[in-house]
Ligand binder design. Structure first.
Ligand code: CA
Length: 664
């Protein structure tokens, strides 16, 4: 997510009445943090216990309800001031089935009710927290559920998806359209008999799905699902419970939890891990957010003029440099990892957070499960009061050994700049991107043959290991590859664009780092040219699965490309010194031509040498390859992981807009 203006946020900004000055911000550093595990709700043999962190409150209450909305409180509990900025109240009974909110008095006024910042279950639209026994949300066999074991993030193949994109179209054959349960349905097909849903993911061979925000977000009215509204979900409301519109019954607080676990379990059973997109960098609302209603001002950064600072472009930015906020992020991801068995986290606008917090996140998650990995957007969407040296920027990734960042270098160099629809890149014939593509090939690590001074976006080798780099040419943001090719190749045929897509993805999937692909690209679906489809209808966003049959050969290419990567550790090196030693670029003089070898049985590969030549021009290119017995893996827009014939090397012609891959 970047530059995504959410109108509700902006309205709240204008109406801001509680904004605190930057001078006030300094005071927050002295607030006592509370690190107890019982924050907000704890049910045990002695009863139900509420603990709210609100250091400046003058009074605090718990309001108890019998339903998730539209009712008056059954009871109101006065909370007592306790240690480390907390307030406490207890009831000597287990209140399962009840709902609650908190309310604090601040500067003489009672603020609006809030479910708090730690609600793990909520009623419809997340306005009240629900008291449930989480054990009742576990599907059968959950205790034995495990995600895929991973030695390195570079062994992952990540497929970014939105729940509605995957299942809403009638051609999906899926019953639970737009729901978590969609990916629990086995055996779904199109009218032509092509696999869809989870069977499609297995057939494609990806190792992880990356699900767009799936915590409870603000924009879709859960009480009116018939309206069928679509949203990406970058408008966080309750960080620690799933979004209600993806459940079959948002009014049942357990349903969204149980059904999301069922989805994760089904994916794990298929050998596929689940990465969650997390958006701790801002909240949907300002003064009305759960953060503001429990500890006004504390969780956000402010400008000197009392307004909320806005590095997110959505009206506010959170303050991870403060102890309770930093702890909050660490605890929240750990909760998802433990309770939901999440296998990875993608941090939206990660550079709004400080590097220390991100390092704490990575370390805490590795303790829970060494296979968990973390990556994020190494940029902000606006300026921040947080000094650049402390930001979790792409340029600072060397300070974050357990974190990866998206490479906008390879993204823009291969297909053209994201902000200019008509701009072309290496794979579509625009010269001048060769060195930046090489930066992508070596995973942004230092390499003796790569001149970072010629890089388009980065001027130095910012990664200390290819494990710190996510390679991609499109994602949910901006024009997806299909639309980008249509916009930048006027007058082209679909076959020409598909050919360019194959070359672009071949560069991504053979580069050092971790490859990432946006859902539906593999069957060449598009989003009708909409670059910011965050609230576009399903008619724009939903994948038309009938394209899988129509574009079967394109799908097969992607499938073979993924199989090639997974079969060969040479593409998945983890050490920058190995990359510098094993990757050798050939001298080429013509534009839009890159030729290189991966040598020395790199990373334990069975192949001694892999030769890769990328020709992004619309003319054939001649290259000299050492004579010998080569297996042909890819040529002229076709690919086969196990090879398709042999070559004796020498002078070879590389067809226009294609990759030549040989191995010996
Ligand atoms: Ca919601």
């Amino acid at each position: 997510m970047k530059h995504r203006l959410i109108s509700a946020c902006i309205g709240a900004l204008a109406a801001s009445t509680q904004a605190l000055s930057a001078a006030t911000d300094a005071r927050f550093a002295d607030f006592p943090a509370y690190d107890g595990a019982d924050l907000e709700l704890c049910v045990d043999g002695r009863g139900t216990h509420f603990t709210l962190w609100s250091p400046e409150a003058q009074a605090a209450q718990v309001l108890l309800y019998s339903s998730g909305r539209n009712s008056t409180p059954e009871d109101t509990l006065q909370m007592n001031r306790a240690e480390q900025g907390t307030w406490r109240a207890s009831v000597p009974r287990q209140l399962y089935g009840k709902y609650y909110t908190f309310r604090i008095r601040h500067n003489g006024n009672w603020l609006d009710e809030t479910p708090g910042v730690w609600a793990k279950a909520v009623g419809t639209n997340g306005k009240r927290a629900a008291i449930i026994d989480l054990a009742t949300t576990d599907p059968e066999g959950w205790a034995d559920d495990r995600g895929p074991a991973l030695k390195s993030i570079t062994d992952a193949v990540i497929y970014e998806m939105h729940h509605r994109d995957m299942s809403m179209h009638p051609s999906s054959g899926i019953v639970n359209k737009g729901k978590f349960l969609a990916l629990t349905e086995a055996g779904t097909t199109t009218a032509e008999g092509e696999r869809t849903g989870i069977d499609h993911l297995k057939e494609l061979g990806v190792t992880h799905v990356h699900i767009l925000p799936s915590y409870d977000y603000n924009s879709v009215d859960e009480a009116n699902l018939a309206a069928n509204n679509y949203n990406w979900g970058y408008d966080p409301q309750n960080y620690n419970t799933p979004e209600g519109s993806y459940s079959t019954n948002p009014a049942d607080p357990a349903a969204r939890i149980r059904e999301m676990k069922q989805m994760i379990q089904a994916l794990h059973d298929a050998g596929i891990g689940v990465v969650m997109d997390v958006v701790y960098n801002h909240t949907a609302e300002n003064d009305g957010s759960n953060f503001s209603l429990t500890a006004p001002g504390y969780y956000y950064r402010h400008r000197a003029d009392n307004s909320y600072s806005d590095a997110s472009g959505c009206g506010n930015e959170t303050a991870s440099e403060r102890a309770q906020m930093s702890d909050y992020i660490v605890r929240s991801v750990c909760y998802w990892a433990r309770e939901f068995h999440i296998d990875g986290f993608r941090f939206d606008l990660m550079a709004i957070h400080d590097t220390d917090t991100m390092n704490r996140v990575a370390a805490a998650l590795k303790e829970i499960n060494p296979s968990i990995f973390v990556y994020g957007e190494g940029w902000t969407a606006g300026d921040s009061p947080l000094p650049a040296a402390q930001r979790a920027l792409k340029e600072n990734v060397s300070k974050m050994q357990g974190i990866a960042v998206f490479s906008d270098d390879i993204r823009d160099a291969v297909k053209g700049h994201y902000s200019d629809a008509s701009d072309r890149g290496f794979a579509t014939g625009k010269p001048g991107n060769e060195e930046t593509v090489k930066i992508g090939i070596v995973g942004s690590t230092a390499h003796p043959q790569v001149d970072y001074a010629k890089g388009n976006n980065s001027k130095f080798a910012y990664a200390t290991s290819p494990t710190q780099i996510i390679n991609y040419v499109s994602c949910h943001d901006d024009l997806m590859l299909t639309d980008k090719l249509a916009a930048s190749m006027p007058g082209s045929t679909a076959e020409e664009r598909m050919r360019a897509a194959r070359l672009a993805q071949t560069i991504v999937f053979t580069s050092q780092g971790t490859p990432f692909v946006w859902c539906g690209e593999e069957i060449f679906r598009d989003k009708k040219g909409v670059h910011n489809s965050y609230k576009s209808p399903d008619s724009i966003n939903a994948i038309d699965w009938s394209l899988k049959h129509a574009n079967r050969s394109q799908f097969d290419y992607y499938r073979e490309l993924i199989a090639l990567r997974k079969a060969h550790p040479a593409f998945r090196m983890t050490d920058a010194a190995d990359v510098a030693r094993n990757i050798v670029f050939d001298k080429t003089t013509r534009p839009n031509l890159i030729s290189y070898s991966i040598k020395n049985h790199a990373n334990g590969d069975e192949w001694n040498e892999i030769k890769l030549v990328f020709n992004g021009s619309d003319e054939p290119a001649e290259v000299k390859v050492p004579r010998g017995e080569w297996k042909v893996i890819a040529a002229d827009g076709r690919i086969a992981a196990d090879g398709m014939g042999t070559s004796r090397g020498g002078r070879l012609t590389v067809a226009p807009v294609s990759a030549l891959i040989l191995a010996r």
